[in-house]
Design a binder for this molecule. Structure first.
Ligand code: PGA
Length: 255
């Protein structure tokens, strides 16, 4: 039985003070939820304040990106060591916005994933096809490449402990959510690929979560799918009550 994993991706939203205010509202709303792993991913600047504001709760804090390099002349970058020292426990890697807007490659995702694991951070590795790729019937090819190359060289134990986020690019921020049927098909495919690449134990331990226009109204039917182990939530995570409703909908008892 995999513990559901639900993460808020705030993207470039919220000041430090807004992050603290959010935590004050949100933490009590999920205080009784002990059967879901909950993570907030604010912009870098708000990470230390959010680590402090969530201390003593089960709410973890993730970065939205990280460098694969340990340190050095890399203007604008942040290392895994810096995140760990700040109390961050997870990191989103290879989000489609980073792939599309900042040229991230599967090799880069792989390097960041390895660096994160070596530093004791849990990677949330994002994969997903564009609308063109889906319409050209290339969804599985794209995902096989992103999962295959993104996780290349990892051990089965490392794969079992990480999180893969399936986020169809056409569903991100568009209000157009994958149907349960579409999500089910892809999540099962990803699980099969994990099995063939890393074996049964890795595939059955790895949480494969869905992202793309998840809202309180659609969360429950997606979370009820056997191979959907949680959600990566953008827009609907910016409001504490809305994100708390999605966390609640992801509880094993409700799905
Ligand atoms: P969305 O974003 O929920 O606003 O579609 C999801 C994501 O990009 O992680």
């Amino acid at each position: 039985m995999r513990t559901p994993f639900v993460a808020a991706n705030w993207k470039m939203h919220k000041t430090v003070q807004e992050a603290i205010d959010y935590a004050r509202n949100f933490v009590p709303l999920v205080a009784s939820v002990s059967d879901v792993d909950i993570v907030l991913a604010p912009p870098f600047l708000a990470l230390p304040a959010l680590v402090e504001a969530t201390e003593g709760s089960r709410v973890g804090v993730a970065a939205q990106n990280v460098s694969a390099e340990p340190n050095g002349a890399f203007t604008g970058e942040v290392s895994v060591g810096m995140l760990g020292a700040a109390g961050v426990t997870q990191v989103i890697i290879g989000h489609s916005e980073r792939r599309q807007l900042y040229g991230e490659t599967d090799a880069g995702v792989n390097a960041k994933t390895r660096a994160a694991i070596d530093a004791g951070l849990t990677p949330i590795v994002c994969v997903g096809e564009t609308l063109d790729e889906r319409e050209a019937d290339r969804t599985f090819d794209v995902l096989d490449r992103q999962v295959g190359e993104g996780l290349a060289g990892l051990t089965p134990e490392q794969v079992a402990a990480l999180v893969v986020a399936y986020e169809p690019v056409w569903a991100i921020g568009t209000g157009r959510v994958a149907t349960p049927d579409q999500a089910d098909t892809v999540h099962r495919h990803i699980r099969e690929q994990l099995t063939s690449q890393f074996g049964d134990a890795a595939a059955s331990g790895c949480r494969v979560i869905y992202g793309g226009s998840v809202k309180p109204a659609n969360a429950m039917e997606l979370m009820a799918l056997a191979d959907v182990d949680g959600a990566l939530v953008g827009g609907a995570s910016l409001d504490p009550a809305s994100f708390a409703a999605i966390v609640t909908a992801s509880r094993p008892s409700t799905t």
